[in-house]
Write a protein that binds this ligand. Structure first.
Ligand code: ATP
Ligand code: MG
Length: 355
């Protein structure tokens, strides 16, 4: 029996337009092959939305988002705002607002290096081969949202690191649930030797761990975790951490996968999930037809798995990406400069190879 789901596609700006078309095509193909009914709608956000309506997140897009089961997003941004830091209305406001409005509190970032891209990474192949990590970064708490202060004479400034018990509980549960479907290992990262917010974090994770006796739980300090990630990434399965540590750790980990053009992420809460490549709108290559569509295609795979629970379908997409790379097809960002065997493709030809 197939499932029936509503998907909102928000391509956004720059290469978001080019790559999201392929994420969507992959979802259409999966629906056809597995007898599912996916109904698509499209929404505008970011610079294109500002141009059309004056609002980076028009109410119509937000309404469509609320009415959907999952959202496939591209990227937002435009060079004109980079040169004008004072612009009142900016594309990124749309992204922050939609995250808040949809209650998305956990950011998931799978880090997996495809075997055929071992050479594309800056880390030694023998250290990397087989690394497969799923990060859970908390999105609503921490120093980002605690009280901020600055003395009038500019002698001191402070940001309050604050976590609520319920915030730790809900993300810990999501991370443990995911660990159950993987290698059943969870590493919680904090700085509990120094920080009170981290001590609460650790206590709460320990409490939730009792509900998951089948998952092997460890706690690690952020400084050690940052080192272990480069020294021995294979030791990690699921990693759960706070907003600030997660921000840094996931960018560090992105280097394990070689290129930004290969990485997908999901933001989830209690209902609708939001899926996007980790890269931005990349206006330097927009419109040239050379952007790597694989991060969007892998975002679609993540959507199938996390929002719809369609594991076989998700694996089918990942295997298709793997097979495409094995055959030597590459976009510019993942081409190996040291061999002549790569077949260099543009966005559409690469997407078509995966389908
Ligand atoms: P934004 O401001 O929206 O984050 P950006 O200009 O910072 O956009 P990013 O998307 O963050 O650009 O990417 C940085 C660089 O990495 C780009 O300049 C681009 O050359 C490269 N890049 C990013 N995504 C891809 C991709 N999918 N395929 C190929 N190259 C990419
Ligand atoms: Mg960027």
């Amino acid at each position: 029996m197939g499932v029936s789901k509503k998907i909102l596609v928000i391509p956004g700006d720059g290469i978001g337009q080019e790559v999201t078309a392929w994420g969507k095509k992959v979802l259409e193909t999966i629906a056809a092959n597995f007898n599912h009914t996916f109904t698509f709608d499209e929404g505008i956000m970011g610079h294109v939305a500002i141009e059309a309506t004056g609002d980076p997140l028009p109410a119509e897009t937000l309404d469509k988002a609320r009415a959907s089961d999952a959202i496939l997003f591209g990227a937002i941004g435009h060079a004109k705002y980079d040169n004008d830091p004072t612009a009142k209305v900016r594309p990124e406001q749309g992204l922050l607002k939609i995250r808040k409005e949809l209650g998305l509190y956990a950011n998931l970032r799978p880090i997996k290096l495809f075997d055929d891209l071992l050479q594309a990474s800056s880390i030694k192949p023998e250290i990397l081969q087989g690394a497969d990590i799923l990060f859970f970064r908390e999105l609503t708490g921490d120093v980002y949202f605690g009280e901020k202060q600055r003395s009038e004479d500019r002698a001191t400034a402070s940001d309050l690191m604050i976590y609520h018990k319920y915030e730790v509980e809900r993300i810990a549960r999501k991370a443990f649930e995911a660990a159950r479907t993987r290698r059943k290992k969870l590493c919680s990262v904090d700085k509990a030797n120094v920080l009170e917010a981290s001590r609460l974090w650790r206590e709460v994770v320990q409490e939730i761990a009792k509900e998951y006796p089948d998952v092997e739980t460890e706690h690690m300090f952020i400084d050690n975790a940052a080192m272990q990630l480069i020294k021995d990434p294979k030791r990690f399965d699921v990693v759960v951490t706070g907003n600030l540590f997660g921000d840094i750790l996931t960018d560090e980990a992105s280097q394990i996968a070689g290129s930004m053009g290969m990485l997908a992420s999901a933001s989830v809460g209690d209902r609708v999930g939001f899926y996007e490549p980790i890269h931005g709108s990349a206006h330097d290559i927009a419109g040239k037809g050379i952007a790597n569509p694989l991060a969007s295609i892998l975002s679609a795979a993540l959507l199938l798995d996390i929002s719809f629970g369609l594991k076989d379908e998700s694996q089918r997409v990942i295997r298709a990406v793997d097979a495409t790379l094995r055959q030597g097809y590459r976009t510019m960002d993942i081409a190996n400069k040291h061999t002549a065997n790569d077949m260099l493709l543009g966005t559409d030809a690469m997407g078509a190879q995966v389908l």
